[in-house]
Write a new protein. Structure first.
Length: 245
């Protein structure tokens, strides 16, 4: 029972952290926003705060960087390659959200099959989270803080209800002295674990495989960035992302 519930909770909590798989880690200090005009890297802390790439040009905190011709071509290539990757990143993120909610919904149905309010809350939360990815054509941005806040709030709201349902059922069985009732609760938990694995594992494995396919492309993007001759005022490289296997 505990293993089942933790699986669902962790699946939800892991949604903002899709950049890490078994053999690949992708990291960045920046949020990334895509529009038809440019790709923007931004952050709340650190210097620089924002970098904007558009057709070979690079704006750093609002000022155009002095790039040589080779760097202009690298920036143009970086923007092109990143633009090609982001739609798949979005699709993977959306699928992760759906898988996580499938797991949590199955837990709720197994532990609280008659709690219509809980089922409605899950569906509303799913719609709220997916709405964050409903963006105009050609635009893409994942606000990891907002996603993490939504997930944390949902887990915090759902957990007490689920724990209360199973605790009430267990206490009822214990006080009744009906061993068959207690066994039925345990059997329901075991069946639920099998059902969740059947509905989620295949999709989760497929999702991980899709994420793994992106890894060499992000590694190539990181390597392209590392070839830039341009340096910031303090002499450091841009360091927009870090990808390695």
């Amino acid at each position: 029972m505990k293993r089942t519930f933790m699986f669902a909770a962790l699946a939800l909590a892991a949604v903002p952290a899709l950049a890490e798989t078994k053999t690949c880690t992708i990291d960045s200090d920046y949020d990334v926003a895509l529009s038809p005009e440019a790709i923007t890297f931004s952050r709340d802390d650190g210097t620089p705060r924002s970098l904007v790439m558009h057709d070979g040009s690079l704006l750093i905190d609002g000022r155009e960087a002095a790039l040589n011709n080779a760097d202009r071509e690298r920036v143009r290539q970086f923007e092109h390659d990143a633009r090609a990757l982001l739609p798949e990143v979005r699709a993977i993120t959306l699928e992760a959200v759906e898988i996580a909610f499938t797991a949590m919904t199955e837990v709720a149905r197994g532990l609280a099959p008659d709690n219509a309010k809980l089922q409605a809350k899950l569906e509303d939360s799913r719609a709220e989270l997916l709405a964050q990815f409903d963006q105009p054509e050609g635009h893409f941005k994942i606000d990891e803080d907002a996603v993490a806040a939504s997930v944390t709030r949902l887990v915090g709201e759902i957990t007490p209800t689920l724990v209360g349902e199973i605790t009430a059922a267990a206490l009822s069985a214990a006080f009744s002295g009906d061993e068959s009732k207690a066994k039925a609760i345990e059997q329901r938990a075991e069946n639920m674990e099998a059902d969740i694995e059947a509905k989620v594992k295949v999709r989760a494995d497929a999702l991980e495989a899709r994420a793994e396919l992106l890894c060499p492309k992000f590694v190539a993007l990181d390597e392209l960035e590392n070839t830039l001759a341009y340096r910031l005022d303090d002499g450091s490289a841009l360091d927009l992302l870090r990808a390695h296997r």
